[in-house]
Design a protein around this ligand. Structure first.
Ligand code: G4P
Length: 536
Protein backbone atom coordinates (compact mmCIF):
# COMPACT_ATOMS: atom_id res chain seq x y z
CA UNK A 1 0.00 0.00 0.00
CA UNK A 2 1.31 3.45 -0.82
CA UNK A 3 2.22 5.75 2.04
CA UNK A 4 -0.44 8.30 1.30
CA UNK A 5 -3.24 5.74 1.46
CA UNK A 6 -1.95 4.26 4.67
CA UNK A 7 -1.58 7.73 6.22
CA UNK A 8 -5.10 8.65 5.15
CA UNK A 9 -6.54 5.50 6.70
CA UNK A 10 -4.68 5.95 9.94
CA UNK A 11 -5.96 9.46 10.46
CA UNK A 12 -9.60 8.39 10.15
CA UNK A 13 -11.82 8.28 13.23
CA UNK A 14 -15.29 6.90 12.68
CA UNK A 15 -17.79 6.90 15.51
CA UNK A 16 -21.51 6.90 16.25
CA UNK A 17 -23.28 9.21 18.68
CA UNK A 18 -26.03 7.62 20.72
CA UNK A 19 -28.39 8.98 23.35
CA UNK A 20 -31.89 8.99 24.69
CA UNK A 21 -33.89 11.72 22.89
CA UNK A 22 -33.24 15.18 24.32
CA UNK A 23 -30.01 14.33 26.13
CA UNK A 24 -28.13 16.65 23.75
CA UNK A 25 -26.85 14.51 20.89
CA UNK A 26 -27.72 17.10 18.23
CA UNK A 27 -26.24 19.94 20.26
CA UNK A 28 -23.01 18.06 20.86
CA UNK A 29 -22.73 17.05 17.21
CA UNK A 30 -23.20 20.64 16.22
CA UNK A 31 -20.45 21.83 18.54
CA UNK A 32 -18.08 19.19 17.20
CA UNK A 33 -18.81 20.38 13.68
CA UNK A 34 -18.13 23.95 14.78
CA UNK A 35 -14.68 22.96 16.00
CA UNK A 36 -14.03 21.23 12.74
CA UNK A 37 -15.07 24.37 10.86
CA UNK A 38 -17.68 22.29 9.02
CA UNK A 39 -20.39 24.76 9.95
CA UNK A 40 -20.08 28.44 10.70
CA UNK A 41 -22.56 29.02 13.46
CA UNK A 42 -24.55 27.15 16.04
CA UNK A 43 -28.05 26.34 14.88
CA UNK A 44 -27.03 25.21 11.40
CA UNK A 45 -27.48 21.59 12.25
CA UNK A 46 -30.96 22.20 13.53
CA UNK A 47 -32.21 23.94 10.44
CA UNK A 48 -33.99 27.20 9.94
CA UNK A 49 -36.31 29.19 12.18
CA UNK A 50 -35.10 27.37 15.22
CA UNK A 51 -37.02 24.28 14.30
CA UNK A 52 -35.67 21.28 16.01
CA UNK A 53 -34.48 19.18 13.15
CA UNK A 54 -30.99 18.05 12.53
CA UNK A 55 -29.68 18.00 8.98
CA UNK A 56 -30.08 14.29 9.16
CA UNK A 57 -33.84 14.58 9.31
CA UNK A 58 -34.54 13.82 5.72
CA UNK A 59 -38.03 12.64 5.81
CA UNK A 60 -41.20 14.62 6.22
CA UNK A 61 -42.38 12.28 8.88
CA UNK A 62 -39.37 13.05 10.97
CA UNK A 63 -40.24 16.70 10.82
CA UNK A 64 -43.81 16.07 11.77
CA UNK A 65 -42.86 13.93 14.69
CA UNK A 66 -39.76 15.81 15.71
CA UNK A 67 -37.74 12.65 15.86
CA UNK A 68 -34.78 11.47 13.92
CA UNK A 69 -35.83 8.31 12.12
CA UNK A 70 -32.83 7.56 9.99
CA UNK A 71 -29.15 7.95 10.60
CA UNK A 72 -26.86 10.21 8.69
CA UNK A 73 -23.15 10.54 8.32
CA UNK A 74 -21.11 13.70 8.59
CA UNK A 75 -17.44 14.15 7.84
CA UNK A 76 -15.10 16.88 9.01
CA UNK A 77 -11.43 17.58 9.63
CA UNK A 78 -9.93 18.47 12.97
CA UNK A 79 -6.22 18.87 13.78
CA UNK A 80 -5.06 16.37 11.23
CA UNK A 81 -7.81 13.85 11.90
CA UNK A 82 -10.51 13.07 9.40
CA UNK A 83 -13.63 12.46 11.46
CA UNK A 84 -16.75 10.60 10.41
CA UNK A 85 -19.73 11.01 12.75
CA UNK A 86 -22.60 8.64 12.37
CA UNK A 87 -25.81 10.00 13.76
CA UNK A 88 -28.31 7.48 15.08
CA UNK A 89 -32.06 7.65 15.60
CA UNK A 90 -32.94 8.33 19.21
CA UNK A 91 -36.28 6.59 19.17
CA UNK A 92 -36.25 3.03 20.44
CA UNK A 93 -38.51 1.81 17.63
CA UNK A 94 -35.54 2.23 15.34
CA UNK A 95 -32.91 0.40 17.37
CA UNK A 96 -32.31 -1.97 14.50
CA UNK A 97 -31.16 0.93 12.37
CA UNK A 98 -28.93 2.04 15.23
CA UNK A 99 -27.47 -1.42 15.44
CA UNK A 100 -26.59 -1.43 11.76
CA UNK A 101 -25.03 1.99 12.12
CA UNK A 102 -22.90 0.74 14.96
CA UNK A 103 -21.66 -2.02 12.67
CA UNK A 104 -20.15 0.74 10.57
CA UNK A 105 -18.55 2.60 13.52
CA UNK A 106 -15.30 1.96 15.37
CA UNK A 107 -16.51 3.50 18.61
CA UNK A 108 -19.55 5.13 20.16
CA UNK A 109 -20.11 8.31 22.12
CA UNK A 110 -22.97 8.05 24.55
CA UNK A 111 -24.54 11.34 25.60
CA UNK A 112 -26.28 11.34 28.97
CA UNK A 113 -28.39 14.05 30.56
CA UNK A 114 -26.79 14.75 33.95
CA UNK A 115 -30.16 15.35 35.57
CA UNK A 116 -31.61 12.11 34.31
CA UNK A 117 -28.76 9.62 34.20
CA UNK A 118 -29.37 6.45 32.26
CA UNK A 119 -32.70 6.53 30.44
CA UNK A 120 -34.53 3.60 28.80
CA UNK A 121 -33.16 4.27 25.36
CA UNK A 122 -29.59 4.70 26.58
CA UNK A 123 -29.93 1.32 28.23
CA UNK A 124 -31.14 -0.33 25.04
CA UNK A 125 -28.50 1.32 22.88
CA UNK A 126 -25.78 0.43 25.31
CA UNK A 127 -26.72 -3.23 25.05
CA UNK A 128 -26.48 -2.90 21.31
CA UNK A 129 -22.95 -1.46 21.67
CA UNK A 130 -21.98 -4.17 24.11
CA UNK A 131 -23.10 -6.81 21.59
CA UNK A 132 -20.52 -5.35 19.22
CA UNK A 133 -17.90 -4.90 21.97
CA UNK A 134 -17.03 -1.46 20.64
CA UNK A 135 -15.34 1.25 22.73
CA UNK A 136 -17.83 3.56 24.45
CA UNK A 137 -17.08 7.09 25.53
CA UNK A 138 -19.55 8.84 27.82
CA UNK A 139 -20.34 12.54 27.74
CA UNK A 140 -22.42 13.60 30.75
CA UNK A 141 -24.16 16.68 29.46
CA UNK A 142 -26.08 19.68 30.83
CA UNK A 143 -23.87 20.32 33.85
CA UNK A 144 -25.02 23.94 33.68
CA UNK A 145 -28.37 22.62 34.88
CA UNK A 146 -29.13 21.11 38.25
CA UNK A 147 -27.78 17.60 37.96
CA UNK A 148 -27.58 14.42 39.92
CA UNK A 149 -24.58 13.69 42.12
CA UNK A 150 -21.64 12.78 39.83
CA UNK A 151 -20.67 9.81 42.01
CA UNK A 152 -24.19 8.50 41.73
CA UNK A 153 -24.12 8.91 37.93
CA UNK A 154 -20.82 7.07 37.64
CA UNK A 155 -22.06 4.36 39.93
CA UNK A 156 -25.19 3.95 37.86
CA UNK A 157 -23.15 3.54 34.67
CA UNK A 158 -21.01 0.87 36.27
CA UNK A 159 -23.76 -1.14 37.90
CA UNK A 160 -26.33 -0.88 35.11
CA UNK A 161 -23.92 -1.53 32.29
CA UNK A 162 -21.45 -3.76 34.05
CA UNK A 163 -18.42 -1.88 32.76
CA UNK A 164 -15.71 0.08 34.51
CA UNK A 165 -15.58 3.85 34.06
CA UNK A 166 -12.76 6.34 34.19
CA UNK A 167 -13.78 9.97 34.79
CA UNK A 168 -11.42 12.00 32.61
CA UNK A 169 -12.56 15.15 34.34
CA UNK A 170 -14.66 16.01 37.35
CA UNK A 171 -17.35 18.71 37.63
CA UNK A 172 -17.19 21.50 40.15
CA UNK A 173 -20.78 21.78 41.32
CA UNK A 174 -23.61 22.13 38.82
CA UNK A 175 -26.50 24.35 37.76
CA UNK A 176 -26.37 27.95 38.99
CA UNK A 177 -23.16 27.27 40.91
CA UNK A 178 -21.42 25.28 38.17
CA UNK A 179 -17.81 26.49 38.17
CA UNK A 180 -16.05 24.27 35.70
CA UNK A 181 -14.23 20.97 35.50
CA UNK A 182 -11.06 19.51 36.92
CA UNK A 183 -8.99 17.79 34.26
CA UNK A 184 -7.30 14.76 35.77
CA UNK A 185 -4.52 14.49 33.24
CA UNK A 186 -3.27 18.06 33.48
CA UNK A 187 -4.29 18.33 37.15
CA UNK A 188 -5.86 21.71 36.40
CA UNK A 189 -9.18 23.36 36.76
CA UNK A 190 -10.88 24.82 33.72
CA UNK A 191 -13.39 27.48 34.66
CA UNK A 192 -16.85 27.57 33.20
CA UNK A 193 -17.89 30.51 31.14
CA UNK A 194 -21.44 30.81 30.02
CA UNK A 195 -20.74 30.75 26.35
CA UNK A 196 -23.21 30.30 23.56
CA UNK A 197 -22.50 29.22 19.98
CA UNK A 198 -20.23 30.91 17.49
CA UNK A 199 -17.12 29.63 15.81
CA UNK A 200 -14.83 31.41 18.27
CA UNK A 201 -12.97 29.32 20.76
CA UNK A 202 -14.10 29.28 24.33
CA UNK A 203 -11.90 31.26 26.67
CA UNK A 204 -11.64 29.66 30.07
CA UNK A 205 -9.15 30.20 32.83
CA UNK A 206 -6.89 27.26 33.50
CA UNK A 207 -5.64 26.92 37.05
CA UNK A 208 -3.45 24.13 38.48
CA UNK A 209 -5.16 22.34 41.33
CA UNK A 210 -2.21 23.12 43.65
CA UNK A 211 -2.55 26.87 43.20
CA UNK A 212 -4.85 27.13 46.22
CA UNK A 213 -5.01 30.88 46.30
CA UNK A 214 -6.17 31.35 42.71
CA UNK A 215 -8.46 28.36 42.91
CA UNK A 216 -10.24 29.71 45.99
CA UNK A 217 -10.81 32.94 44.15
CA UNK A 218 -12.05 31.25 41.02
CA UNK A 219 -14.42 28.70 42.48
CA UNK A 220 -14.90 29.83 46.12
CA UNK A 221 -13.02 28.23 49.03
CA UNK A 222 -15.95 25.96 49.85
CA UNK A 223 -16.14 24.45 46.38
CA UNK A 224 -12.34 24.23 46.15
CA UNK A 225 -12.26 22.20 49.38
CA UNK A 226 -15.14 20.03 48.21
CA UNK A 227 -13.40 19.40 44.89
CA UNK A 228 -10.19 18.27 46.57
CA UNK A 229 -12.13 15.84 48.71
CA UNK A 230 -13.97 14.46 45.72
CA UNK A 231 -10.80 14.11 43.67
CA UNK A 232 -9.24 12.11 46.45
CA UNK A 233 -12.22 9.80 46.39
CA UNK A 234 -12.16 9.49 42.61
CA UNK A 235 -8.42 8.77 42.55
CA UNK A 236 -8.63 6.36 45.45
CA UNK A 237 -11.71 4.37 44.52
CA UNK A 238 -11.74 4.42 40.74
CA UNK A 239 -10.25 2.01 38.24
CA UNK A 240 -6.84 2.72 36.71
CA UNK A 241 -6.83 4.01 33.21
CA UNK A 242 -6.32 1.13 30.81
CA UNK A 243 -6.36 1.93 27.10
CA UNK A 244 -6.65 -1.70 26.15
CA UNK A 245 -9.81 -2.02 28.25
CA UNK A 246 -11.17 1.12 26.54
CA UNK A 247 -10.53 -0.40 23.12
CA UNK A 248 -12.38 -3.56 24.09
CA UNK A 249 -15.43 -1.71 25.38
CA UNK A 250 -14.69 -2.73 28.97
CA UNK A 251 -13.84 0.71 30.33
CA UNK A 252 -15.66 3.87 29.39
CA UNK A 253 -13.86 7.19 29.70
CA UNK A 254 -16.35 9.69 31.14
CA UNK A 255 -16.41 13.42 30.47
CA UNK A 256 -18.59 16.07 32.13
CA UNK A 257 -19.61 19.21 30.30
CA UNK A 258 -22.27 21.34 28.72
CA UNK A 259 -22.78 20.96 25.00
CA UNK A 260 -25.12 23.93 24.81
CA UNK A 261 -22.61 26.26 26.41
CA UNK A 262 -19.73 24.72 24.54
CA UNK A 263 -18.02 23.82 27.75
CA UNK A 264 -15.78 20.77 27.98
CA UNK A 265 -16.51 19.93 24.35
CA UNK A 266 -13.09 20.76 22.95
CA UNK A 267 -11.34 18.86 25.74
CA UNK A 268 -13.66 15.98 25.09
CA UNK A 269 -12.95 16.00 21.36
CA UNK A 270 -9.20 16.12 21.86
CA UNK A 271 -9.09 13.31 24.42
CA UNK A 272 -11.55 11.27 22.45
CA UNK A 273 -9.48 11.51 19.26
CA UNK A 274 -6.37 10.45 21.14
CA UNK A 275 -8.06 7.52 22.87
CA UNK A 276 -10.30 6.08 20.20
CA UNK A 277 -8.97 3.86 17.47
CA UNK A 278 -8.11 4.29 13.82
CA UNK A 279 -10.29 2.10 11.56
CA UNK A 280 -10.53 -1.41 12.99
CA UNK A 281 -10.41 -4.58 11.00
CA UNK A 282 -13.74 -6.19 10.12
CA UNK A 283 -14.79 -9.78 10.57
CA UNK A 284 -15.28 -11.81 7.42
CA UNK A 285 -17.67 -14.70 6.97
CA UNK A 286 -14.86 -17.26 7.28
CA UNK A 287 -14.07 -16.11 10.81
CA UNK A 288 -10.96 -14.20 9.77
CA UNK A 289 -10.63 -10.48 9.44
CA UNK A 290 -10.07 -7.85 6.79
CA UNK A 291 -7.29 -5.42 7.61
CA UNK A 292 -8.06 -1.76 6.80
CA UNK A 293 -4.53 -1.43 5.47
CA UNK A 294 -5.04 -4.22 2.97
CA UNK A 295 -4.24 -2.96 -0.53
CA UNK A 296 -7.58 -4.02 -1.95
CA UNK A 297 -10.72 -2.00 -1.59
CA UNK A 298 -13.61 -3.65 0.23
CA UNK A 299 -16.81 -2.32 1.79
CA UNK A 300 -20.17 -3.47 3.04
CA UNK A 301 -23.65 -1.98 2.81
CA UNK A 302 -24.96 -1.11 6.25
CA UNK A 303 -27.84 1.10 5.33
CA UNK A 304 -30.12 1.79 2.40
CA UNK A 305 -32.07 4.99 2.19
CA UNK A 306 -34.66 5.55 -0.49
CA UNK A 307 -36.03 8.79 -1.78
CA UNK A 308 -33.82 11.12 0.20
CA UNK A 309 -34.49 13.71 -2.39
CA UNK A 310 -38.02 13.71 -3.71
CA UNK A 311 -37.07 15.79 -6.74
CA UNK A 312 -35.11 12.85 -8.11
CA UNK A 313 -36.40 9.60 -6.74
CA UNK A 314 -33.21 7.99 -5.66
CA UNK A 315 -32.04 5.19 -3.53
CA UNK A 316 -28.73 5.48 -1.79
CA UNK A 317 -26.74 2.69 -0.25
CA UNK A 318 -24.33 3.62 2.49
CA UNK A 319 -21.10 1.71 2.45
CA UNK A 320 -18.55 1.45 5.19
CA UNK A 321 -15.16 1.11 3.56
CA UNK A 322 -13.32 -1.65 5.36
CA UNK A 323 -10.03 -1.75 3.49
CA UNK A 324 -7.99 0.09 0.92
CA UNK A 325 -8.97 3.07 -1.15
CA UNK A 326 -12.06 3.82 -3.16
CA UNK A 327 -11.71 5.55 -6.51
CA UNK A 328 -14.54 7.12 -8.40
CA UNK A 329 -15.10 5.65 -11.83
CA UNK A 330 -13.27 2.41 -11.08
CA UNK A 331 -15.07 -0.89 -11.55
CA UNK A 332 -16.01 -2.78 -8.43
CA UNK A 333 -17.53 -6.16 -7.82
CA UNK A 334 -20.85 -6.70 -6.04
CA UNK A 335 -20.39 -10.13 -4.56
CA UNK A 336 -24.06 -10.98 -4.03
CA UNK A 337 -25.17 -10.33 -7.61
CA UNK A 338 -21.86 -11.43 -9.09
CA UNK A 339 -21.83 -8.23 -11.16
CA UNK A 340 -19.07 -5.77 -11.84
CA UNK A 341 -20.19 -2.16 -11.74
CA UNK A 342 -19.15 1.45 -11.48
CA UNK A 343 -20.59 3.04 -8.37
CA UNK A 344 -22.46 6.08 -9.57
CA UNK A 345 -22.17 9.45 -7.89
CA UNK A 346 -20.24 8.44 -4.79
CA UNK A 347 -20.87 11.03 -2.13
CA UNK A 348 -20.23 12.08 1.41
CA UNK A 349 -22.33 14.25 3.63
CA UNK A 350 -20.91 17.54 4.78
CA UNK A 351 -23.32 19.20 7.15
CA UNK A 352 -26.17 20.25 4.85
CA UNK A 353 -24.54 19.26 1.60
CA UNK A 354 -23.83 16.10 -0.23
CA UNK A 355 -20.50 16.24 -2.04
CA UNK A 356 -19.50 14.03 -4.92
CA UNK A 357 -16.14 12.57 -4.05
CA UNK A 358 -13.28 11.19 -6.12
CA UNK A 359 -11.72 9.02 -3.49
CA UNK A 360 -12.34 7.68 -0.03
CA UNK A 361 -10.45 5.45 2.40
CA UNK A 362 -11.00 2.64 4.85
CA UNK A 363 -12.98 4.07 7.76
CA UNK A 364 -15.00 6.36 5.51
CA UNK A 365 -18.68 6.04 4.81
CA UNK A 366 -19.83 6.76 1.29
CA UNK A 367 -23.27 6.87 -0.21
CA UNK A 368 -23.69 5.51 -3.72
CA UNK A 369 -26.66 5.45 -6.04
CA UNK A 370 -28.14 2.05 -5.72
CA UNK A 371 -29.31 0.40 -8.91
CA UNK A 372 -31.76 -1.62 -6.80
CA UNK A 373 -29.47 -4.61 -6.45
CA UNK A 374 -27.96 -3.97 -3.02
CA UNK A 375 -29.23 -5.36 0.26
CA UNK A 376 -28.10 -4.69 3.80
CA UNK A 377 -24.91 -6.60 4.56
CA UNK A 378 -23.77 -6.94 0.93
CA UNK A 379 -20.09 -6.84 0.05
CA UNK A 380 -18.51 -4.62 -2.60
CA UNK A 381 -14.88 -5.33 -3.43
CA UNK A 382 -12.34 -5.36 -6.23
CA UNK A 383 -12.97 -7.78 -9.08
CA UNK A 384 -11.21 -11.03 -8.37
CA UNK A 385 -11.18 -10.47 -4.60
CA UNK A 386 -13.78 -12.63 -2.95
CA UNK A 387 -14.11 -10.82 0.35
CA UNK A 388 -17.24 -11.83 2.20
CA UNK A 389 -18.13 -9.92 5.34
CA UNK A 390 -19.89 -11.50 8.28
CA UNK A 391 -23.55 -10.61 8.00
CA UNK A 392 -25.46 -7.96 9.86
CA UNK A 393 -27.99 -9.60 12.15
CA UNK A 394 -31.68 -8.88 11.73
CA UNK A 395 -33.79 -8.32 14.80
CA UNK A 396 -36.83 -10.53 15.30
CA UNK A 397 -39.98 -8.52 14.65
CA UNK A 398 -42.21 -8.13 17.69
CA UNK A 399 -45.30 -6.64 16.06
CA UNK A 400 -47.17 -7.97 13.07
CA UNK A 401 -49.94 -6.74 10.82
CA UNK A 402 -51.66 -7.95 7.69
CA UNK A 403 -51.52 -5.28 5.04
CA UNK A 404 -53.85 -5.39 2.08
CA UNK A 405 -53.91 -3.18 -0.94
CA UNK A 406 -57.18 -1.36 -1.56
CA UNK A 407 -56.85 -0.25 -5.14
CA UNK A 408 -56.18 -3.10 -7.55
CA UNK A 409 -55.12 -0.54 -10.17
CA UNK A 410 -52.10 0.17 -8.02
CA UNK A 411 -50.99 -3.40 -7.62
CA UNK A 412 -47.60 -2.70 -9.15
CA UNK A 413 -46.84 0.32 -6.98
CA UNK A 414 -47.97 -1.58 -3.88
CA UNK A 415 -45.62 -4.49 -4.64
CA UNK A 416 -42.76 -2.16 -5.54
CA UNK A 417 -43.17 -0.03 -2.41
CA UNK A 418 -43.42 -2.96 -0.01
CA UNK A 419 -40.46 -4.73 -1.61
CA UNK A 420 -38.22 -1.69 -1.71
CA UNK A 421 -38.97 -0.57 1.82
CA UNK A 422 -38.33 -4.12 3.02
CA UNK A 423 -35.02 -4.23 1.11
CA UNK A 424 -33.95 -1.14 2.98
CA UNK A 425 -34.49 -3.06 6.19
CA UNK A 426 -37.16 -0.60 7.40
CA UNK A 427 -39.72 -3.42 7.75
CA UNK A 428 -39.76 -7.17 7.17
CA UNK A 429 -42.29 -8.78 4.89
CA UNK A 430 -43.77 -12.26 4.86
CA UNK A 431 -46.43 -14.00 2.82
CA UNK A 432 -49.10 -16.56 3.49
CA UNK A 433 -48.30 -19.67 1.44
CA UNK A 434 -50.01 -19.56 -1.95
CA UNK A 435 -51.15 -15.98 -1.54
CA UNK A 436 -50.02 -13.25 -3.88
CA UNK A 437 -48.47 -9.87 -3.31
CA UNK A 438 -51.81 -8.15 -2.62
CA UNK A 439 -51.70 -9.31 0.98
CA UNK A 440 -48.49 -9.02 2.97
CA UNK A 441 -47.69 -9.81 6.58
CA UNK A 442 -45.44 -7.05 7.87
CA UNK A 443 -43.23 -7.50 10.91
CA UNK A 444 -41.59 -4.62 12.76
CA UNK A 445 -39.45 -4.20 15.85
CA UNK A 446 -41.16 -0.97 16.95
CA UNK A 447 -44.72 0.12 16.12
CA UNK A 448 -43.59 3.52 14.85
CA UNK A 449 -42.20 1.63 11.85
CA UNK A 450 -45.81 0.98 10.82
CA UNK A 451 -46.40 4.73 10.71
CA UNK A 452 -43.27 5.25 8.64
CA UNK A 453 -44.45 2.55 6.25
CA UNK A 454 -47.91 4.05 5.83
CA UNK A 455 -46.51 7.52 5.33
CA UNK A 456 -43.91 6.44 2.81
CA UNK A 457 -46.26 4.19 0.84
CA UNK A 458 -48.60 7.14 0.43
CA UNK A 459 -46.07 9.89 -0.22
CA UNK A 460 -43.52 7.97 -2.27
CA UNK A 461 -45.62 5.32 -4.03
CA UNK A 462 -49.08 6.90 -3.93
CA UNK A 463 -50.58 3.82 -2.33
CA UNK A 464 -53.03 3.49 0.52
CA UNK A 465 -53.84 0.21 2.19
CA UNK A 466 -55.76 -1.47 4.97
CA UNK A 467 -53.80 -2.60 7.98
CA UNK A 468 -55.06 -5.22 10.38
CA UNK A 469 -52.88 -5.59 13.46
CA UNK A 470 -52.21 -9.12 14.58
CA UNK A 471 -52.01 -10.07 18.27
CA UNK A 472 -48.90 -12.15 17.59
CA UNK A 473 -45.55 -11.39 19.21
CA UNK A 474 -43.10 -14.16 18.39
CA UNK A 475 -41.65 -15.56 15.21
CA UNK A 476 -39.58 -18.68 14.68
CA UNK A 477 -37.93 -20.25 11.68
CA UNK A 478 -38.98 -23.75 10.68
CA UNK A 479 -36.12 -25.96 9.62
CA UNK A 480 -38.11 -29.01 8.48
CA UNK A 481 -37.59 -29.54 4.74
CA UNK A 482 -40.76 -29.38 2.59
CA UNK A 483 -42.72 -28.09 5.56
CA UNK A 484 -46.49 -28.01 5.33
CA UNK A 485 -48.41 -26.79 8.39
CA UNK A 486 -51.33 -29.11 7.50
CA UNK A 487 -49.17 -32.07 8.51
CA UNK A 488 -48.61 -30.66 12.00
CA UNK A 489 -50.75 -29.85 14.99
CA UNK A 490 -50.86 -26.14 15.95
CA UNK A 491 -53.14 -23.90 17.97
CA UNK A 492 -55.71 -22.14 15.78
CA UNK A 493 -53.96 -18.79 16.11
CA UNK A 494 -50.54 -19.99 14.90
CA UNK A 495 -49.71 -18.54 11.49
CA UNK A 496 -47.53 -20.12 8.82
CA UNK A 497 -45.75 -17.62 6.58
CA UNK A 498 -42.87 -17.56 4.11
CA UNK A 499 -40.21 -14.93 3.69
CA UNK A 500 -39.13 -13.39 0.37
CA UNK A 501 -36.82 -16.31 -0.21
CA UNK A 502 -39.58 -18.86 0.34
CA UNK A 503 -38.29 -20.03 3.71
CA UNK A 504 -40.87 -21.19 6.26
CA UNK A 505 -41.66 -19.39 9.49
CA UNK A 506 -44.30 -19.63 12.17
CA UNK A 507 -45.81 -16.66 13.99
CA UNK A 508 -47.04 -17.31 17.51
CA UNK A 509 -49.29 -15.54 19.96
CA UNK A 510 -47.00 -16.09 22.89
CA UNK A 511 -44.38 -18.34 24.45
CA UNK A 512 -46.94 -20.90 25.56
CA UNK A 513 -48.18 -21.55 22.00
CA UNK A 514 -44.58 -22.27 20.99
CA UNK A 515 -44.27 -24.77 23.85
CA UNK A 516 -47.60 -26.29 22.83
CA UNK A 517 -46.40 -26.67 19.24
CA UNK A 518 -43.19 -28.32 20.36
CA UNK A 519 -44.94 -30.73 22.71
CA UNK A 520 -47.51 -31.77 20.13
CA UNK A 521 -44.99 -32.05 17.29
CA UNK A 522 -41.77 -33.69 18.44
CA UNK A 523 -40.46 -33.66 14.86
CA UNK A 524 -40.89 -29.93 14.40
CA UNK A 525 -37.55 -28.08 14.25
CA UNK A 526 -37.88 -24.45 15.30
CA UNK A 527 -34.97 -22.04 15.50
CA UNK A 528 -34.65 -18.45 16.67
CA UNK A 529 -35.31 -15.80 14.09
CA UNK A 530 -32.31 -13.71 15.10
CA UNK A 531 -29.50 -14.65 12.79
CA UNK A 532 -26.98 -13.09 10.49
CA UNK A 533 -28.39 -12.13 7.14
CA UNK A 534 -26.89 -14.73 4.89
CA UNK A 535 -24.50 -13.59 2.28
CA UNK A 536 -24.85 -14.44 -1.34
P1 G4P B 1 -31.09 15.21 21.18
O1 G4P B 1 -30.46 15.46 19.86
O2 G4P B 1 -30.32 14.26 22.03
O3 G4P B 1 -32.53 14.86 21.13
O4 G4P B 1 -31.03 16.57 22.03
P2 G4P B 1 -30.82 18.08 21.55
O5 G4P B 1 -29.40 18.31 21.23
O6 G4P B 1 -31.85 18.44 20.57
O7 G4P B 1 -31.10 18.81 22.93
C1 G4P B 1 -32.34 18.73 23.60
C2 G4P B 1 -32.57 19.97 24.42
O8 G4P B 1 -31.56 20.09 25.42
C3 G4P B 1 -32.48 21.26 23.60
O9 G4P B 1 -33.36 22.21 24.17
C4 G4P B 1 -31.06 21.72 23.85
O10 G4P B 1 -30.87 23.10 23.66
C5 G4P B 1 -30.88 21.33 25.29
N1 G4P B 1 -29.47 21.12 25.66
C6 G4P B 1 -28.53 20.40 24.99
N2 G4P B 1 -27.36 20.47 25.64
C7 G4P B 1 -27.55 21.22 26.73
C8 G4P B 1 -26.70 21.66 27.80
O11 G4P B 1 -25.51 21.37 27.86
N3 G4P B 1 -27.28 22.43 28.75
C9 G4P B 1 -28.59 22.80 28.71
N4 G4P B 1 -29.04 23.57 29.68
N5 G4P B 1 -29.42 22.40 27.72
C10 G4P B 1 -28.91 21.63 26.76
P3 G4P B 1 -34.77 22.53 23.59
O12 G4P B 1 -35.31 23.65 24.38
O13 G4P B 1 -35.58 21.28 23.53
O14 G4P B 1 -34.47 22.93 22.10
P4 G4P B 1 -33.86 24.27 21.55
O15 G4P B 1 -35.02 25.21 21.49
O16 G4P B 1 -32.79 24.73 22.47
O17 G4P B 1 -33.35 23.90 20.21
Amino acid sequence: MDQKTSREIQRRRTFAIISHPDAGKTTLTEKLLLYGGAIQSAGSVKGKQGDKHAVSDWMELEKQRGISVTSSVLQFEYEGYCINILDTPGHQDFSEDTYRTLMAADSAVMVIDAAKGIEPQTRKLFRVCAMRGIPIFTFINKMDHESRDPFELIDELETEFGIATYPMNWPISCGATFKGIYDRESRSVLTYTNYHGGAKRLESIVCPIDDAQTLDKLVTPRLAAELKEQIELVEGAGADFDLDAVHHGKLSPVFFGSALHNFGVEQFLESFLRLTTAPLSRRNAEGGSVDPLDDHFSAFVFKIQANMNKAHRDRISFLRICSGRFERGKEYFHLQSGKTMRLAQPQQMMAQERDIIDEAYAGDIIGVFDPGTFSIGDTICEPGQAVRFAGIPTFAPEHFAVIEQIDSMKRKQFAKGMTEIAQEGAIQIFFYPNSGMEQVVVGVVGVLQFDVLQFRMKSEYGVEYIRRDMPHELIRRVQNPDFDAANFNFTGDTRWVKDVRGRDLLIFNGAWTIRWAQEKNPDLILTEFHQDIEQG
